[in-house]
Design a protein around this ligand. Structure first.
Ligand code: PAF
Length: 282
């Protein structure tokens, strides 16, 4: 697996693969790779001949008080994991390669609708930063398919929307969330949890499962379900940020008539913010 830093090197390596008739699969990441990312790379390898991954901790999607500086950078380990997962090319640009004219003058991509509420409300500017960097990366790599985790459910909806609205010729594949044996969704941020917080963290997934069971059994008092689940999170030592039931495709607030639902949550353990979601068909 080659690691390249500049856009010119990236394009040259991809042009070579294209010249050999290969299809291109792409997995953008911010590094600190875990089994969830590896599943994305493996999925890309199943769907394309030549797999490109990127590692770029994108400053544009972090708020001023967020964890940009302490976001873990583990390039050597990540490279080994990517090789083992069947990745062919790693793009690892610096901020100067991604934003050569500065971040202030960077053209931004702003997606409306699905960015409203949830993480869009808690993290102002976050999805503009994500949509901008993903648009740039998709234009640089020009893959046939790109794979994103369903764990970042709202992000996946944002990316599907920008690809649709900007007429990008790429198929977006959403890959299922990978969980630890006790149910906690894998995340780079799990590494920030203390032992005590880590032991309590499965309570988040349990609260999603409890709501899902009730919804499947026909419960339509969403407010009561949410209140009970948030109390359970508080009892487990978490500070709920949001917990909502939405229509799974449009992400608008769910109604009793909706059949495709998604329950989404964000909660803090100390300063660490975790997110998770569960889709419910009924
Ligand atoms: O999900 C992530 O790791 C990031 O938001 C992404 C899609 C790589 C954009 O920086």
């Amino acid at each position: 697996m080659n690691t390249v830093k500049t856009v010119n090197e990236l394009r040259a390596a991809i042009a070579q693969a294209r010249a050999q008739g290969k299809t291109i699969g792409f997995v953008p990441t911010m590094g600190n790779l875990h089994a969830g990312h590896i599943a994305l790379v493996e999925r890309a390898a199943q769907n394309a001949d030549f797999v490109v991954a990127s590692i770029f901790v994108n400053p544009l999607q972090f708020g001023p008080s967020e964890d940009l500086d302490k976001y873990p950078r583990t390039l050597r380990d990540d490279q080994q994991k990517l090789v083992d997962a069947g990745c062919h090319l790693l793009f690892h640009p610096g901020v100067e390669d991604m934003y050569p004219h500065g971040m202030d003058s960077q053209t931004r991509v702003s997606v409306s609708g699905v960015t409203e509420g949830l993480c869009g409300a808690s993290r102002p500017g976050h999805f503009e930063g994500v949509a901008t960097v993903v648009s740039k990366l998709l234009n640089m790599v020009q893959p046939d398919i790109a794979v994103f985790g369903q764990k970042d459910y709202q992000q996946l909806a944002v990316i599907r929307m920008l690809v649709r609205d900007l007429n990008m010729q790429v198929e977006i594949i959403g890959a299922p969330t990978v969980r630890a044996a006790d149910g906690l969704a894998l995340s780079s941020r799990n590494g920030f949890l203390s032992d005590q917080q880590r032991a309590a963290a499965p309570a988040l997934y349990r609260s999603l499962q409890q709501i899902a069971e009730a919804l499947k059994a026909g419960e339509n008092n969403f407010a009561a379900l949410i209140q009970t689940a948030q109390q359970a999170q508080l009892d487990a030592g978490f500070r709920p940020d949001y917990l909502e039931i939405r229509e799974a495709y449009s992400l608008r607030p769910a109604t009793a008539e909706d059949r495709h639902l998604v329950i989404l949550l964000a909660a803090f353990a100390g300063t660490t913010r975790l997110i998770d979601n569960l889709v419910v068909e009924r």
